[in-house]
Design a protein around this ligand. Sequence first.
Ligand SMILES: Cc1cc2nc3c(=O)[nH]c(=O)nc-3n(C[C@H](O)[C@H](O)[C@H](O)COP(=O)(O)O)c2cc1C
Length: 193
Amino acid sequence: MDIEEMIRNRRAVFPKQMNGKKVPQQVLVTMLDLANWAPTHKRTEPWRFKVYTDNALVKLLDLTKVCYVKETPADKFNSVKLDKIEQRKTQVSHVIAICMKRDESQNPLPEFEEIASTSMAVQNMWLYLESTQKYGGYWSTPKYALGDDFRGFLGLQDEEKCLGLFYLGTIEAGLVKSEGKRGNWRDKVVFHS
Ligand SMILES: Cc1cc2nc3c(=O)[nH]c(=O)nc-3n(C[C@H](O)[C@H](O)[C@H](O)COP(=O)(O)O)c2cc1C
């Protein structure tokens, strides 16, 4: 598969599209190594990943349930949501907390540059997964993952921030991936000459 196909065909793969089989360690390691090659201004390399599997994954998902109950107003509460989170224990292989560590130098980079760099690291992971044709994931940004309970669970330092969770898993055999949808690129580009 060439790079053009990989970019076009990469899709978010959701837990319900995963079969619970573990992503091999070698795939995980290659994915994280490639994330580490993201562009980075002043080489601050701000991306930080905290990888959860097995018992640690169960604990993380249990915390997401607690956060959901805590943060959802009674009139919006839906127990199906809790069931869905519970099911993830048998669908997902790893959850990776996508974190960013701020530049601590005297003249630090603007935060957006470090968020941009971390996002590019995630795109490296996502494209690599597409190249395997077997493994996939998606970036989830529930409010609670960015909140204090999660900060404590992840053991984040003051200068670290969680930007969401990357659900990683083995794609269900025979899954027809959802169709990619984007508006026309021409609507987002202005040429000057
Ligand atoms: C920063 C970021 C945050 C996202 N947060 C969520 C999320 O909270 N829930 C969700 O269902 N998808 C989330 N996504 C995944 C997008 O929904 C997904 O990429 C989008 O549907 C387009 O599909 P595609 O990536 O397969 O083309 C997020 C993606 C990005 C880049």
